[in-house]
Unconditional design. Structure first.
Length: 333
């Protein structure tokens, strides 16, 4: 089979530890090159991961005719410029979440990709795992009744790493962008519609360039359903989603990152009965790469259209605005 040839812009940990190994395990992809502004860094990364080419600038990688698609794990404020430049170079784009700093920036990125005839995908890897299809099947079958609410939590603690890009406000730092975007994305995915309003509260830390180190929120959907969520970078680790129905509930103990077979499984509780839904341990990053490749080859459509990234960023925009203004923000679509 022909392989989709990937280039990686930057040596971020998410690329080195997850996305590059995922592409290597995919049915469709091969990592052909990696770039860094520090040539030695990209050469070391290439050597450690058996990548044939290393470049000392992102521009050089984008000029390589042997690259079909790029993965962008750069700090959030660099997503927009390098997505646009990649599109202009004729490369398909898989951009790390959140897509950009605002919905307006994301619209520019999507437009640039459309104008240059390339694909754009936001790297929410969790939703490519078949267990979310199974969750939707259970909901659609009415097993837990009508959905009454969803609660998501994604937190971790790393406050002492003050040089971390997550703690630079102008670079798009903060817990909402880093981990809060996941439960918001998941609620939109499972409910199949966009929120009507949001209300959030955040802990903006002066020690960390006043980024939101913790945020709690209420995201209102039509049909008298809401997502409650919290996200944080200075709190004990959690990675959980619960869908509450009128008759039962579904609990995903490890909703977004799934390091082991056990954490891939989830529970369905209806009355006194509880069962574990066992799901194969599949590499979410490999499935994500395959989705873009098949779309690039015209065999399938992208599972998640670029407009989904715009819609998710609109909710993040509203969440930040709500936290800063201490107000309920009504969304317009």
């Amino acid at each position: 089979m022909t392989k989709l040839r990937w280039g990686i812009l930057g040596c971020a940990k998410i690329a080195m530890r997850a996305c590059i190994p995922g592409i290597a395990q995919s049915e469709t992809g091969v990592v052909t090159a990696i770039a860094s502004r520090d040539l030695q860094k990209s050469q070391e990364a290439a050597a450690s991961l058996n990548i044939p080419k290393a470049y000392g600038s992102y521009e050089e990688l984008l000029a390589d005719p042997d690259i079909d698609a790029v993965y962008i794990p750069l700090p959030n404020h660099l997503h927009k410029p390098w997505t646009i430049r990649a599109a202009q170079a004729g490369k398909h784009v898989l951009c790390e979440k959140p897509a950009a700093l605002t919905a307006a920036e994301t619209e520019e990125m999507v437009s640039a990709c459309e104008e240059n005839g390339v694909l754009f995908a936001e790297a929410f890897m969790y939703r490519h795992h078949p267990r979310y299809e199974r969750v939707k099947e259970i909901i659609d079958a009415g097993e837990i009744g009508d959905i009454r609410g969803i609660h998501g939590a994604f937190t971790f603690s790393n406050p002492d790493d003050h040089a971390n890009v997550r703690y630079k406000r102008e670079w798009g730092g903060g817990s909402l962008y880093d981990v809060g975007c996941y439960p918001i994305s998941a609620a939109r995915l499972l409910l199949g519609r966009e929120p009507e309003a949001v209300t959030t509260h955040a802990f903006f830390s002066p020690e960390h360039d006043n980024v939101d180190m913790m945020m709690s929120g209420l995201v209102e959907f039509s049909g008298n359903v809401a997502l409650t969520f919290d996200c944080g970078m200075w709190a004990a680790f959690r990675n959980r989603l619960e869908i509450l129905g009128s008759k039962g509930r579904i609990v995903l103990p490890s909703a977004f990152v799934t390091p082991t077979q056990e954490t891939t499984d989830f529970q369905v509780i209806v009355g006194p009965d509880e069962r574990t839904e066992s799901v194969p341990l599949l590499n979410q990053y490999a499935l994500q790469a395959d989705d873009l490749a098949y779309a690039a080859w015209g065999r399938k459509s992208l599972r998640f259209a670029p407009q989904d990234a715009i819609a998710n960023m609109k909710v993040l925009d509203a969440c930040l605005k709500s936290a800063e203004e201490r107000a309920r923000i009504v969304l317009s679509h």
